[in-house]
Each structure stands twice: as C-alpha cells, then as structure tokens.
Design a protein around this ligand. Structure first.
Ligand SMILES: Nc1nc2c(ncn2[C@@H]2O[C@H](COP(=O)(O)OP(=O)(O)OP(=O)(O)O)[C@@H](O)[C@H]2O)c(=O)[nH]1
Ligand SMILES: [Mg+2]
Length: 274
C-alpha cells in the first residue's frame, strides 16, 4: 500500500515546473493591455471567492484588488486566499462604496495598468466574458469607458428607474439614454480614472452616477456593453421593501443635484411641469 502511494509522489523538480507554468499562464499574453479589476466589497463572503475565480479566467489575465469596507465577515480572508490583493478604506463609513472604490482605484493605478475595471462583488452569475467584453470595448472599439448593462428582474433597480434616470433626464439629458446609469461594472483607460480622481467623487452611493456625469462633461467616449442577466445578492435584501434603498436614493439624487449646480444646470427644473 505504502509503495503505491510513493509511486504517485510528485518530485520537487516537477512541482517547480508546474509552478513556473502556472506563473506563465497567469500572466497576460504578450501584446494584451495590463488590466486591473477592482472589487468593492462589504461583507460579501458568500460571493467574493467565486467572483475572483471567474475574473481570473478573463483572457486579459487581470490582477485583482478587493477594496474592502471594513467587512465583519470573512471577505478579506477569502479574497486573499483566492489570490486577490486586499486594500481597506481609510475610514469606516457606511455607506462607503465610493470611498472603497477610490481607495481601490489608487492602489490599482500604482500597478501602472492601461485599463482599470470595477465589478460588484455580490454578483452570483458573473462570467469571464463580462471582463472581456468591457475591456474589448476599449481595446478593440476604441471607447474611453465601457459600462455594463443587463437584464434585471422587473422589481430590481428602483433607484435607477425612479431617481437616477428621471433626474438625469432633467439635468443631464445627454446621458439619460444610458440604461444603467448606476452600473457597478465599469471599465476605463487609466488616464480617464486619473482625471476622475481629481474630481472629488462622493464617498457613498453617489459615486456611480458622478462617474457617469463627470466622464460625459469631460468629453469621454462611453458606451454601454450588454452583459446578459444580472443576478446579485443585494437585490434579495430590498426586494420585499424598496424602502431599504432610501439612503441610496437620497445620495444618488443629491449627487445629481450638486453636479447640476456645479455645471449650472439647476434652472432646468423651471422647465418641468409639476
Ligand atoms: N468597500 C465597500 N463596499 C461596499 C460598500 N457598500 C457596498 N459595497 C459594495 O459595492 C457593491 C455594490 O453594492 P450593492 O449593495 O450590491 O448595491 P448595488 O447592487 O449597486 O445596488 P442595487 O442594484 O440597488 O442593489 C457590492 O460589491 C458591495 O459589497 C461599502 O460601504 N464599502
Ligand atoms: Mg448588488
């Protein structure tokens, strides 16, 4: 019995060879742009490992940073185990998606990438093609920013439907055609992100719509990329009671109004029949 076990033992040399091969496989192919994916996460132990594994399979072989908002579950531990680098927001604030994204973005830019991609870490049905399609939109089609859009359950996305899209129509009609103005799946060239970091982006839920508006006002070329159906954990928390999204609705609305003031659009309200 002992003998047959020994027959299957792998030599040290062979192990080294496998490790070397793995390293090559994990590096992007020559000629492909360097891509970093940032995953903001707060208490996402159920999905973070799977998201990292899926993203690793992208043809762009991205490096992965988890921007943790002081999770109290095993998010950080699992992220590291699955091979992601973990950075933590400098302040424990809630809601803190924006602060986490800015923290993750700074860490990503230190790696000198060509492209940085954000993906939510509560997604249950992500595939490697999500990253591929977003990055292709920049590398192949020449856009500065690509933004994921998807089918969602009919009751999903009340803040998008009732707040973001309506207020964008009032104040920034040039972006009101975007189906998912609050998408968490966004890719852009590193220089675009560097410029956006100068814009004092919000620390909370306002960040996604601020990225959209500021990118439009800076004249960047953006396109939405269809990613299929989005199934995410957060939806289950509010599907019985959309009132749980009150804080998000408030922060998204206030962000749009503040930017309407900044860009002297606030008087647009005078045109709206009430
Ligand atoms: N680091 C950090 N991440 C956060 C925070 N709040 C949310 N996130 C992450 O941001 C991503 C999006 O948050 P969700 O709660 O899923 O909200 P959403 O899907 O954008 O919004 P809905 O479509 O309305 O559910 C998830 O990966 C969260 O873990 C936070 O305070 N800190
Ligand atoms: Mg979600």
């Amino acid at each position: 019995m002992e003998e047959s076990v020994a027959a299957f033992e792998v030599s040290e040399e062979y192990k080294e060879e496998i490790e070397e091969k793995k390293e090559v496989e994990e590096k992007p192919q020559e000629g492909l742009p360097k891509v970093v994916v940032v995953l903001p996460a707060r208490n996402e132990e159920k999905t973070i490992g799977q998201c990292i594994d899926v993203i690793k399979k992208s043809k762009y072989k991205p490096s992965i940073i988890v921007a943790d908002g002081h999770s109290t579950d095993k998010t950080r531990e699992i992220a590291e185990k699955h091979g992601a680098k973990v950075v933590i927001s400098p302040k424990r604030i809630h809601p803190g998606k924006g602060l986490a994204m800015k923290t993750g973005l700074k860490a990503a830019l230190e790696e000198n990438p060509s492209i940085v991609v954000f993906m939510d870490s509560d997604i249950e049905n992500m595939t490697p093609e999500w990253v591929d399609k977003l990055v292709d939109g920049i590398v192949v089609d020449g856009f500065d920013m690509t933004r994921g859009c998807y089918y969602r359950a009919p009751e999903d996305a009340p803040v998008t439907k009732l707040v973001a899209r309506r207020l964008l129509w009032v104040f920034f009609p040039e972006v009101s055609h975007f189906d998912q103005p609050l998408t968490g799946e966004v890719a852009a060239k590193a220089e675009v992100w560097r410029e956006l970091l100068e814009k004092d982006l919000p620390d909370g839920w306002g960040i996604d719509v601020a990225i959209l508006i500021e990118s439009e006002m800076a004249g960047y070329r953006m396109k939405e990329v269809f990613l299929g159906f989005k199934q995410h954990r957060s939806y289950r928390k509010y599907k019985e009671d959309p009132g749980k999204l009150g804080r998000m609705a408030e922060q998204v609305a206030v962000t749009i109004i503040k930017l309407a003031m900044k860009y002297e659009r606030i008087d647009n309200v005078l045109e709206i029949e009430t």
